[in-house]
Design a protein around this ligand. Sequence first.
Ligand code: SAM
Length: 225
Amino acid sequence: MTGRDNTLWLQFWRDRRTDFHQIAVNSLLAQFWPSLNAAPGSRVFVPLCGKSLDMLWLAGQGHQVIGVELSEVAVKAFFKENRLRPVRRRVGKFTLWRSGRLSILCGDYFALTAAELGQINTVYDRAALTALPEDIRGHYVSQLRRIVPETATILLLTAEDLELEPLSNETDDVSDEIIALYGKDFVIELSHVQRIDEVDSQAFAAGEAGLYKVYHLSCKTPSQA
Ligand SMILES: C[S@@+](CC[C@H](N)C(=O)[O-])C[C@H]1O[C@@H](n2cnc3c(N)ncnc32)[C@H](O)[C@@H]1O
């Protein structure tokens, strides 16, 4: 399978319609990454990475960072804008761009194999799951299960639009969608909930209401399944 919206994403990058790109490191990443106790040198996977500066931050923590991104425009911009000189080589259907601890596989996430991705200790997902249409998100999670070992933990950041999901007692809880997608195989810990107007956010237009949620996900052990 391939991402259904691939043509659209490629066009967004060509047209520079990249409002989702954050011009600073995500503050929730910096705040919640330490709680994972990820060892320096361990490998962090950043699916649908765009040209996120969060990858630079993760490499700065001593991690080996490997992103996957469809658009060559995005990958080229990431290395150029950060004054890095990558080397490139072919890996299956992908082009691997690498500079020091930073690597990006350019190609379709849904076509990636575990062998091409290599060992992964932690997954960092910001606007990857939620960038995809709702009916594709189940495939995104199944693919993640195929290519990432069960021992990997996931730091998942989501943004919920309160215009679409009006305030109720449930908004401070794990969202129903996250339970539906991850609940069978993962232990879900909701670590943090923050109203969007409390943070400097690009996720919503001015005046809109929303919630950021930070989840820690880990595969269930046989006794938890
Ligand atoms: C909403 S952006 C988020 C980017 C990044 N995570 C960030 O925080 O800035 C989603 C990214 O996923 C990429 N993308 C979409 N579908 C993809 C696919 N099937 N394989 C790889 N990348 C994909 C898009 O080109 C885009 O850069």
